[in-house]
Design a protein around this ligand. Structure first.
Ligand code: CAA
Length: 384
């Protein structure tokens, strides 16, 4: 039996900051952001949108009534939780109208959480072939105004339906994971923004890829030549390329050229969105599948997941015949093309006007879905 990604969709908020404008405002050469970091635009969310509204917008359009009847596990991978105890997956389960006899929970390990969810889903479906699992990666990546991480922010969600006989990507049981206790990026309880050792985070990301990739080759006997494309967690678009090149530079120029061309296709969306934290790897996968003209059924795709702290994992999947018909290229390009460009003042206002959950309030936000009010610390959303 094959198990894997049957459906996949993303959502980003309808506001973005242009990176050239941000560079000018911060007295930085725009080419540092555009070329050095590799970002053109950065998705920004207003205070009335959170991981639940991102997740609803990503998951709802792709789920049929049959899916909602078959899903018996809802997993949210996030590092932007809105509650220390209750899982956002429970609210999502209710708002989506999924049948009641389901497990719903959240997984946290920085940007790696959704990959843990995908692997858990694989095992669950192997034991229960008729069930389906909804895995949503949803985050608001914020480092704060004038911070070192400011050009690498972003916001949004990727939703995936994992099932038997998937229509998009069959996942292999070839995964290699790696845990290392390193403080490269962390957010102590009560801190609004993460603490970051930027250079250490870059170095650990690159070294982690080298370690899991070397172990993967030893265990499987596969090499770069066996892959049609490699996708990466993309905190900023230069990051995955640096990690891939640290190993790929030992290969032939032809192989380097082929995999670098696929890498460029995989970062088309991230370049316009920024870091989605848990969703970034899967946004790269969507971008690759929708932007590449050369992929075909049975091609092997590599996936490198990295969560600071740190956990890294490399695994692979095989494209299913007819996968193109199960994507939403035009819709996704429309979402990115039809966003509102924030002025610097509006962008900074989004950061300073934070959501105070200990005050009862009512909001106006026409976005489906958004926070409509706060009552007794509880967020109320517009419903279906
Ligand atoms: N033209 C072209 N390139 C330029 C330039 C110019 N005018 N000016 C600078 N650059 C280049 C630099 O040479 C550098 O390139 P290389 O890395 O290839 O040498 C690049 O722009 C970035 O410059 P700096 O290293 O000086 O940038 P910085 O000190 O401002 O830090 C950062 C960059 C570390 C990514 C910082 O934004 C940050 O801390 N971000 C958050 C942490 C992060 O994303 N880490 C990634 C790995 S951790 C992870 O993946 C988990 C996660 O999601 C957080």
């Amino acid at each position: 039996m094959h198990v894997g990604i049957d459906k996949i969709n993303f959502f980003v908020p309808s506001y973005f900051m242009d990176m050239t404008d941000l560079a000018h405002a911060r007295n930085v050469d725009p080419n540092k952001f555009l070329i050095g970091i590799g970002q053109s635009q950065m998705a920004v969310a207003p205070k009335t949108q959170d991981i639940i509204t991102f997740a609803m917008n990503a998951a709802l359009p792709m789920l049929s009534p049959e899916d909602k009847a078959a899903i018996d596990m809802v997993i949210v991978g996030t590092e932007s939780s809105i509650d220390e105890s209750k899982a956002s997956a429970i609210v999502l389960h209710r708002m989506l109208g999924i049948q009641p006899f389901a497990r719903s929970f959240e997984i946290k390990e920085a940007c790696y959480g959704a990959t843990a969810g995908v692997q858990l889903a694989l095992g669950h479906i192997q034991r229960n072939p008729k069930s389906k699992v909804l895995v949503v990666a949803s985050d608001n990546a914020r480092y704060g105004l004038n911070s070192g991480g400011e050009p690498t922010q972003g916001a949004g969600a990727v939703a995936m339906l994992i099932s038997a006989d998937p229509h998009i990507l069959r996942l292999h049981q070839d995964t290699v994971s790696l845990t290392q206790d390193i403080y490269d990026f962390w957010r102590p309880i009560g801190h609004e923004y993460p603490l970051v050792e930027g250079a250490l985070s870059n170095q650990t990301y690159i070294e982690s890829f080298g370690k899991v990739w070397t172990e993967y080759q030893t265990r499987t006997g596969l090499t770069f030549a066996d892959f049609a494309a490699m996708t990466f967690h993309v905190p900023y678009t230069k990051m995955g390329k640096k990690a891939m090149m640290s190993e790929l530079e030992k290969e032939t120029p032809e192989l380097q050229e082929r995999l670098l061309a696929r890498y460029e296709e995989s970062i088309v969306y991230s370049r316009r969105v920024g870091n989605l934290y848990t969703g970034s790897l899967y946004l790269s996968l969507i971008s690759l599948l929708e932007q590449s003209q050369v992929l075909k059924a049975a091609d092997r795709i590599g996936l490198f997941s990295y969560g600071s702290g740190t956990v890294a994992e490399f695994f692979s999947g095989e494209l299913v015949e007819g996968y193109e018909a199960h994507l939403a290229k035009e819709l996704h390009e429309d979402i990115l093309d039809n966003r509102y460009a924030l002025s610097l003042e509006e962008y900074e206002q989004f950061f300073t006007d934070t959501l105070l959950t200990d005050q009862d309030q009512v909001f106006e936000d026409s976005q489906l879905f958004s926070i409509q009010s706060i009552q007794n610390t509880i967020r109320h959303y517009n419903e279906l």
